[in-house]
Design a protein around this ligand. Sequence first.
Ligand code: GLC
Length: 529
Amino acid sequence: MNATVKGPRWWQGATLYQIYVRSWRDTDADGYGDLPGVIAGLDYLAWLGVDAIWLSPTMPSPDEDWGYDVGDYLGVHPDLGTLADMDKLIAEAGQRGIGVVLDLVPNHTSSAHPWFIDARSGPGSAHRDYYVWADPVKGEGEAGGGPPNNWLDATGAPAWTLDDASGQYYLHNFLPSQPDLNWWEPRVREEFREILRFWFNRGVAGFRIDVAHGLYHDTQLRDNPPLAPERDSRLEGRFGQKPVYSSNRPETHDVYRDWRRLADGYSPPRLLLGESWVADFAALASYYGQDDELDLAFNFPFLFAGFDAGAISGVVGETLAHLPSGACPVWTASNHDVSRFPTRWCDGDEGKTRLALLVLATLPGSLMLYYGDEIAMTDVPVPAPLRRDKMTARRKDYRDAARTPMQWDASPSAGFTAEGVTPWLPFGDNASRNVAAQREEQGSTLHLCRDLIALRRAVFGGQVVGYERLPSPPGVWAYRSGPLVVTANFTDRPVSVPGPSGEALLATDPVAGAGAHLGPWRGRIARVS
Ligand code: GLC
């Protein structure tokens, strides 16, 4: 195996695109998107100009958490297709210069995974130590017999479920049907090396690593400390608890150093992109190691920043100040777990969405779009009885709102499925925002997004360019990104800004491109002369 590859890597300056497979395109009229549907959409993605796609989980799963409860790491979910379909997808995407990145879930398996079924058969079983087992807390009466510590799962319930047969509890940071793997067990590490090789050998371009900040837990099972109510958020902790001992443990980094050596042994190097759900920039930066751990680490403080010049530029500045030299930031504003940015940041306003796209596309590093971002697709209200995500169905911020079918055209089936088929989640307002209509219209958000992607590729491709914030009036964010100068007005009023000093390249709309004024929520890009 080669030593760590240095120098340009294919994801630097690239545009990646997340596909929630079940909602992309349904080719067998069952209401769910599938892998042949992903293949059918490749020409569109090539036209749009993306360099790689990340597919939400494709492995067999009982779907308690829609694929994030894996039953077999080496297969394809029968609802989505077959291994042959996956091979075909990798080949056909490759012909169009598009890499296929899969979702890997190493923090936990499904309770239906054969490892867990065996582990549950008793303390002496071959796979018992693949999972985290602990005895009930000792003590008399109410104090005794309960969970081993105070850790909570993703729903706020105890992160421990009692296995009646053995009288021990098992750990689950998410649902009880998602038992946590025990990364202290060397055989778990070896299993995952094999899983990585299996898919890399098949030609997958890399992995998005689910719950990358998870994996290890404190062996002493110390209680997590309380979190001040004002800090209670999806970033710092939830349910009044800071997950100090149940996540983001130092031992995790060694796993990524190991995987990085493995991924860099391939040509081209395979991408390791972590779902690093951490609040502070030092912790985020730590997942890059000394350019020997993850290649990209998702930036949740950016995603959750307010949509204003001060907040966003502040997060960008902090991020870049903390990342080790040579590290490649990755910017994303939507995904399958949070409200879409055209809703969360932009209140459905298409002008604001265009500004957000312009900014996202001109920051140094990698860009990850979520399917539908390019047509300003918004969240879709899903009535309670139609919600499919068990983990959040009763929450105000239920995740199904951001997982509805891609809006391909204005027809009753949205171009997603066959006429008359009920989609697994309801369609949004596909009459007002869809791919077909926006492809026809030169000035559409889709065309703007495509032009931005082409500009990125031409100017940023294969490198991480330098960034510098430039002086600007309040509410305006101006910056230099490589050879580009970007001016973005995050206010409701026109602002006076210096006219573009170099060649005007692209703007949110034709009138924003020139002159000494920039309209409300408008932005423009020039090339330094
Ligand atoms: C990640 C996924 C999310 C899933 C969770 C548990 O956060 O993005 O969808 O529910 O991990 O696997």
